[in-house]
Write a protein that binds this ligand. Structure first.
Ligand code: CP
Ligand code: NVA
Length: 312
């Protein structure tokens, strides 16, 4: 049995298998062919934070695969009233076949997985958001900005906060071997532990990963430019300070003009006028909403892949 917690225990070949399944199922879905790959599978979806994309894509996805999604907001279940996580894990995992959790600390996800009898998927933690990266990779491939055979041809520029998205990009670049430049304001760099892990993987894959404080240097000749909110869920109290500290880190048309005719990706929700200008957002809406749609297809690929591991 495999979990999908934060990418570090996955190989490039496994990521490719998941993405390939995502493309195959996307094609079938577009043709309105819904094969029951996970017939009668029950997916529990636990949310301790808000969500639009993750909730809808997992719920629609498992239903289209012949299974069923059970949406559990921590506000409504006993977990929110103090029932221990490890008890919740031991109960729920006896009743369902797979669990997706969106929570705060990565340690909560790890604890759940430790006590779970069924595969657990990270639906976002403070540390990382790996399912988003699966959709981002699919989108990069569709827009011909990435190819598993020649990863070193791709340079991605991430401009903004050294948060869960930046962490996920760093690990994915290290694993797959594409180049990544992360530009953050001083004081908002990525976690040292993630940095070390990403660089350790990069030594093997050949990825060039750089950490900068200058958005223009990061974006120069990049094939993909991406960013994320300056104020992640749980950081609402720091909003004012962050907006001041992130001045100069907005993705604008002037910044995009330095790139190699890059596509622009954003995991969403986007805050126009802050991390991205309205102009850049609307000019790249096609990529951004295709990326959002790919959450559905990539996660169907992931769930089917995890189901296969279970059966093996
Ligand atoms: N990108 C993403 O995970 O969006 P939601 O918070 O809406 O799920
Ligand atoms: N960094 C953001 C991502 C939202 C999908 C957050 O954690 O709120």
């Amino acid at each position: 049995m495999r979990h999908f917690l934060w990418l570090i225990d996955y190989t490039k070949d496994e990521i490719k298998e998941i993405i390939d399944l995502g493309f195959q199922i996307k094609k079938e879905t577009k043709a309105r062919v819904f094969k029951p790959y996970l017939k009668n599978w029950q997916l529990a979806m636990i949310f301790e934070k808000s969500s639009t994309r993750t909730r809808v894509s997992f719920e629609a996805g498992i239903n289209q695969l012949g299974g069923n999604g059970i949406f559990l907001s921590s506000r409504d279940i006993q977990l929110g009233r103090g029932e221990p996580l490890k008890d919740t894990a031991r109960v729920i995992s006896r009743m369902v076949d797979m669990v997706m959790i969106r929570t705060f600390g990565q340690e909560r996800l790890e604890e759940f997985a430790k006590y779970s009898k069924v595969p657990v998927i990270n639906g976002l933690t403070d540390l990382c958001h790996p399912v988003q990266l699966l959709a981002d990779l699919m989108t990069m491939i569709e827009f011909e900005r990435f190819d598993f055979e020649n990863p070193q041809k791709t340079t991605v520029a991430y401009v903004g906060d050294g948060n869960n998205m930046a962490h996920s990009w760093a690990i994915m670049a290290g694993l797959l071997g594409f180049n990544l430049r992360i530009a953050t304001p001083e004081g908002y760099e990525i976690d040292d532990f993630i940095k070390e892990k990403a660089l350790e993987f990069a030594k093997i894959s050949g990825a060039k990963i750089e950490f900068l404080h200058n958005p223009a240097l990061a974006v120069k000749d990049a094939d993909v430019v991406t960013t994320d909110t300056w104020v992640s869920m749980g950081q609402e109290d720091e909003k004012e300070k962050r907006i001041k500290d992130f001045q100069g880190f907005k993705v604008t048309s002037e910044l995009m003009a330095l790139s190699n005719n890059a596509i622009f990706l954003h995991c969403l929700p986007a805050y126009r006028g802050y991390e991205v200008s309205e102009e850049v957002f609307e000019a790249h809406a096609q990529e951004i909403f295709q990326e959002a749609e790919n959450r559905l297809h990539a996660q169907k690929g992931l769930m089917v892949w995890l189901g296969k591991q279970q059966k093996n």
